[in-house]
Design a protein around this ligand. Sequence first.
Ligand code: ATP
Length: 878
Amino acid sequence: MRRGAVWRIRKQVSQCEVAQVPQDAQKGLTSRQVLEARQKHGWNELPAMKQTGPWRVLLRQFSSFLVLILIAAAGVALALGETMDAGTIGLVVVLNAGLGFVQEWKAETALTALRKLMSPQAMVLRDGQEQVIPAREIVPGDVLVLAPGAKVAADAHVIRAAELAIDESVLTGESVAVSKGTDTANCNVYAGTSVTQGRAEARVSAIGAATEFGKIARLTVSVGPKTTNLQNKLSGLAFQLGIAALLVALGVTVLGLALGRDLSEMVMTGLSLSVAMVPEGLPAVVTITLALGATAMVRQNALARRLQAVETLGAASVICTDKTGTLTENKMTVTHVWTLDRHYDVTGTGYDPAGHIEFDGVRVRAEDDPVLAAVLKAGLYCSHAQLVQDGDSWTMVGAPTEGALITLGYKGWCALPNERGLLAEIPFSSARKRMSVLYDAGDGAEVLTKGAPEQVLEICTQVLTRDGVRPLTDFDRARITEAYTHLAQDGLRIIALASRAAPDHQIGEEAMTFLGLTGLIDPPRPEVRDAIAMARMAGIRVIMITGDSPITASAIATQLSLDVAHALTGHDLEELDDAALILVLQGDVLFARTKPEQKMRIVSALQAQEQIVAMTGDGVNDAPALRQADIGVSMGIRGTDVARDASDLVLLDDNFATIVRAIAEGRRQFANVQKFVRYLLSSNAGEVIALVVNIAIGGPLVFLATQILWMNLVTDGVTAVALGLEKSEPDQMRWPPRRKDTAILGIGGVVTIIVLGTYTGLSSLWIFFHLMDQGVELARTTAFTAMVVFEKVSVFAFRSLRLPGWRIGWFSNPFLLGALALTLGAQVLAVYWAPLQLMLHAVPLGLDEWGLIALFAVPIIIVPEVMKTLNPHNQRAK
Ligand code: ATP
């Protein structure tokens, strides 16, 4: 669906008959039937998507503009009879391709692993139990349990439904609502479509390739080859450098020829120079850094569905987060029951029914108070959750709010409802904030309602007391409001309950009798307080947007030390125009009793203030806001498929703290990309400056073509990837977020590259001329080795662009130390090992030469360290 587009729904089925449910459909298939069906029909999956094979990845290495230049260079060398040079360039091409292949293949496999993590799940009824299983395990005959936000995993025939609406646009592209009436004979749901409203059970008729969806399309996942902004920017940079390199090479060749140099020598130098100028490994290094970063994030429970997300995360300046389940545990326990006559306390924690209800310290049961009995009954009948005993512990399947009400029913010794008594249901939605069922338990049909107290009171005209039912007075309303306000001030979530007799079997929510209130604790997650403090330190605002009441939300905000000056409700929000909203958003505000649709407006208003917004969401109606946000964050446990599909990041643990960790990871990755791009370019700049200055002053060639290519190979790739693995800097989360359009290079970067390049280029040139009287071979080998050593030691200047080595730890990146040992070792071999000597026209160096190199190398380490240590601006977080 398009960004910001109206969420159009095709309403397909509504209120199919409940009474026609066949007996076996209430239990679903047995394990044996599942196995038999699987043998016959196989797995519910489409033929696997073609993955990029290793050959393709390998071939890709030879298709880049720069490699083509290299291949052309080898051809020219061959034509000029320089077989050794041609062979060396060929070797460089092969090695470079090898390195690129390893990196890309690793990235590809990392992405495939991430895709696997995203495989969809489905809820089915088997052996009489609702179970969540991987969607591929569904077989024909299975009974799917559909709820809002679920993606339908197979084609199925609806056997019962309540207010079911399906978004079929994925199949039909149509946006016109078509009602198919109430006849279950014509109620079908199709794989790939999603439930936008209501509940249903449906028997699977076709799976995998046999489904309608299978016939027309292949399921795709979104972590795809789509390139990120950063990758595009860098490919652009590499291309521009390529063009610039060709021009410089042409200029140098012409200059050399004008100065009377040999043609073949100049052509080779020109070509090598053009290659030397360009960091050809750059796009691959970025891909692998982002892909490895995404894998590292999964270990922290954040799954990036698009590589783009990792990059944008680092720039996030606002996190809009919901409360229930993200800031809080979403483990609900009823601790208070309030009726007009009495206030009960409830003991016990979690979903273990071991606690009890007490009044004035005395245990009570449902039978002791008819009002309490009515409250407990309504809570039980309005809930679809199930408690499952597993040994000594109890677990809950379903919505935590409903699980808590079922547990309360157990604690009050209330009779459990019979599923078959359910006649109709108006499901809960975050927009309506209440739900109702029509139930006939054998003693006459009843409508039972539960929901947010304001929404329930709105439909009540009577109240139940120990003396019976009587009209609801304004005084009663005031008492009820006072009671739930008081409970909410302790951070409790309030659910109100109501009922009415329904002799006409109609489920209308009107003229109800108010029964009572329940107060549920949902403790804040312990790690969230620190995460909020860290976000504040990092200049990231946290805005709570919840469906819960402003009082409960404010109480939780206080418990979490979240700065909130005032709470705005969804209703207040409707009254504000866009300009006023922007003003409000400049203060510390939280939004309560909001409808999911209002999230979109808040995101847009923040974006209008140039903020980079991360927004959480879990329901169907959250999808547009998730798309609109710069980083849509969905929930792995509690989220719906629709929300997940619309998001960039999935929190595998639904935890707010994970968002902050992911932002830290995004910052680390952007910083590392900046580091290795600057490092690579400064290395190349040194080579180019030495070559160009030397040709201008008319000296003999300072580096030979093969040596330049060797340097490029030694400097490229390995060291840069190792730099990409730098840990995050200790003060990384003390800085405000970067602007989204922050340049990778920037003025500072360009200056560093020029200064360092000039120093390394001119130093190696000076060494070259200084040793010239001992023979050009020795002078050139020393200058060449000096350049390699300079490039290696200069990497320390880039490990942090601000902090000195002693702050980040000299040994904190073992990969980098390994890469340095490897590349310097290779250079020693180049100088002393005959085959490499021959290839690189190198001669052995003596101690004097090494000493000279060391002398010039030391400032490259020391000067940046001293500058970083002394610069107070660099030390202080803004
Ligand atoms: P958040 O938006 O932070 O996740 P939330 O879960 O409270 O918070 P909603 O799901 O929109 O937001 O719920 C809003 C209100 O509706 C709750 O405060 C509660 O009073 C009521 N409510 C929540 N779940 C149910 C339910 N299953 N049945 C009836 N009422 C509910």
